[in-house]
Design a protein. Structure first.
Length: 80
């Protein structure tokens, strides 16, 4: 599981949620699935935090100041 992409982690997490919601797992299976799900959730959070840091670096101006325009502002700039 160490080389799963964000998308793979999210897909597996969705499978786990579906299995848990299905109610057909034993208690022990449910606990194992929940434990795996918590790990995947944390991994997804790390992926998103890393992506946020990368975006912040990419959106700094020449002086190193973070440009905090709204997404609509970025879209308008890309059209012009």
């Amino acid at each position: 599981m160490t080389d799963l992409s964000f998308e793979d982690c999210l897909a597996r997490l969705e499978q786990i949620v579906g299995a848990l919601e299905g109610g057909k797992l034993t208690l022990e299976e449910s606990l194992k699935a929940f434990e795996e799900g918590v790990g995947l959730s944390r991994r997804c959070s790390r992926y998103l935090e890393d992506a946020e840091r990368r975006i912040e670096l990419l959106t700094r101006d020449e002086g190193g100041v973070l440009d905090t325009r709204s997404l609509a502002g970025w879209e308008r700039e890309g059209q012009g």
